[in-house]
Design a protein around this ligand. Structure first.
Ligand code: ASP
Length: 585
């Protein structure tokens, strides 16, 4: 046995016990005749003491220990003279009597402590060392606990976890597929699942009734902070359900996770916001509801024929930033630069300060008199000291999205996006389709298997853009943490959907024949949803990026810098796969 105790478990009550510990040397400190070593393992840190006066040879050996050496130590638990309140083992130390070096270590490329000196790149390259750090390890422990809670919760409700294959044909979810060449079928490719969408629907046709799976999904998209090419979903599907049943079930699960893993209880049902309302009030289908600053439409007040920019705009909207009238010219210029950044793309920013005496001073004073500016103040419900920020544009949807970015920025600046506060809601009634400029056709906003809302089905032929989907997203703190829909289970309606999406009957048959055929053999009404596990964990852990809750994540270019993947393969492999490369330099 290498150890009798871990580095996290000894307390004052253990004083006097003989123990053996094993772990990594975090630090060695020599103070006069004493040498102190912080010994670390997954469970914590314990201080070891070596005394030159009582055991010179042992102390000399301890002085030679380097960071990250793996050692085994025997000794006696002793009450510490100066206690360390910051760690659970801080009341005790081990007076070492025997030291055994199990393995040496080179000097690590960064310090493996909570406050490391390692930058992002180096920590990713040596991720196995980064994972020794408590902060990173804690995220993975939380992830583990979340998976256990999910499995127990769903299993108790009769859900079965069923594994679906990783090598499949393409399932369109709006992203590109990662493909895998088949050696045994030259010239043919598998696709890695963007989600098990069609397979879980087939499980419903098979009568499984309630399915879930904690499953890897793959999407070849440009990466952002909250995206990874491979990510994990809690994927679920149920038969004989309406949207209400699904919302109840998974709201219940969300509340359970918050309660057990964060100690947060919600006494009210989550808010539900139809998509159109979310866009109108917050310019986003995933509004951050931790704070207000709702949009106010100002066309009626500001279209006076005196300021052409507003007169010609399709949309004029404002937000009221409380207490920000004190913003300096420099701060306002920064905000203007912020909205003009190419990622946001606004042409300019109009502002109006409500002064202490109630008068309004704006950047467009020469176009509007005080009467109009007072109307503006009234409509914005602004008080003395507040700052009104206004954007306009000739595309209402685009301008709302720009205003949304500004709202989030102001929320951030005002400290309203508190990571320990959680605002959850369901966004419902999404449009069924959205127009793609790139593809020059209607695309499914959710996916092609989503059922239209019953009351809108009659519009499918005449006005598809007006059809709403029986789809729902769960949003937490401005992040989409899950989404799903009631599915089409009628082969004719599914065929019609493919037709609207621009598939010829042959193409639809070729790609989705398996599903439409299955629907001919008694498909139950069904629906489901998928939660993004990585996003849930990162929200619970208060992380800025999902990378920090993934053991071996990819960087922003989709690379695993530790494994140096992706990488070239040798000619022999290419030949076996009958692949000729045509890489342009
Ligand atoms: N397959 C969908 C997704 O990955 C979720 C669902 O509709 O269940 O977003």
């Amino acid at each position: 046995m290498y150890r009798t105790k871990t580095c996290g478990e000894l307390r004052l009550t253990n004083a006097g016990e003989s123990v053996t510990l094993a772990g990594w040397v975090q630090r060695v400190r020599k103070m006069g005749a004493m040498t102190f070593v912080d010994l670390r393992d997954r469970y914590g840190i314990t201080q070891l003491v070596f005394n030159e006066e009582t055991n010179a040879e042992l102390c000399a050996a301890a002085n030679k220990l380097g960071r990250e050496f793996v050692i085994q130590v025997e000794g006696t638990v002793n009450e510490r003279y100066s206690k360390n309140k910051n760690i659970p083992t801080g009341d005790i130390e081990i007076i070492a009597s025997k030291l055994n070096i199990l393995n040496e270590s080179e000097i690590p490329p960064f310090t493996i402590e909570d406050n490391t000196d390692g930058g992002d790149d180096i920590r990713m390259k040596y991720r196995y060392l980064d994972l020794r750090r408590t902060a990173v390890r804690k995220n993975l422990e939380l992830r583990h606990r979340m998976c256990i809670e999910v499995r127990n919760y769903l299993s108790n409700l009769g859900f079965l976890e069923v594994e679906t294959p990783m090598l499949i044909g393409s399932t369109p979810e709006g992203a590109r597929d990662f493909v895998v060449p088949s050696r045994m079928n030259p010239g043919q490719f598998y696709a890695l699942p963007q989600s098990p969408q069609t397979l879980k629907q087939l499980l419903m046709v098979s009568g499984f009734d309630r399915y879930f799976q904690i499953v890897k999904c793959f999407r070849d998209e440009d990466l952002r902070a909250d995206r990874q090419p491979e990510f994990t979903q809690i994927d679920c599907e149920m038969s004989f359900v309406t949207q209400e049943d699904i919302i109840q079930t998974f709201e219940g699960m969300a509340k359970h996770l918050f309660k057990t893993l964060r100690g947060v209880e919600f006494d009210q049902p989550f808010l539900r916001l139809p998509w159109a309302e979310a866009m109108r009030r917050f310019g986003s289908d995933k509004p951050d509801m931790r704070f207000g600053m709702e949009f106010v439409e100002l066309d009626d007040i500001l279209k006076t024929g005196s300021f052409p920019v507003f007169d010609n705009a399709a949309y004029i909207g404002g937000i009221c930033a409380p207490g920000c009238a004190v913003y300096t010219r420099k701060q306002l210029d920064q905000l203007t630069d912020f909205v003009k950044r190419p990622q946001i793309g606004a042409k300019g920013l109009v502002y109006a300060r409500v002064q202490d005496d109630g008068t309004v001073k704006s950047s467009v004073d020469k176009f509007y008199d005080q009467t109009i500016l007072q109307q503006l103040k009234e409509k914005m419900q602004a008080n003395p000291g507040d700052l009104i920020l206004i954007l306009s544009g000739d595309d209402a949807m685009k301008t709302r999205k720009q205003l949304c970015e500004l709202r989030l920025e102001m929320g951030e600046r005002l400290g309203l996006r508190d990571k320990n506060k959680f605002a959850l809601l369901w966004v419902t009634e999404f449009p069924m389709f959205e127009w793609s400029d790139e593809e020059q056709r209607l695309m499914a906003m959710h996916h092609p298997f989503t059922h239209p809302m019953d009351e809108d089905i009659h519009l499918l032929d005449t006005d598809p853009a007006a059809v709403r989907a029986d789809a729902y997203d769960m949003v937490c703190n401005g992040v989409e943490v899950g989404g799903g829909s009631i599915r089409i289970h009628d082969p004719q309606l599914q065929e019609k959907m493919f037709e609207i999406l621009g598939f010829t009957p042959e193409k639809a048959q070729e790609q989705f024949g398996f599903l439409m055929n299955a629907f001919k053999y008694g498909a139950p009404p069904h629906g489901g949803l998928a939660y993004g596990l990585d996003r849930w964990v990162s929200i619970f852990a208060g992380l800025d990026s999902i990378r920090d809750c993934i053991a071996f994540p990819k960087n922003n270019s989709g690379r695993d810098v530790m494994l140096d993947a992706p990488s070239a393969i040798d000619q022999k492999q290419l030949d076996e796969l009958c692949l000729n490369l045509n890489v342009k330099e």
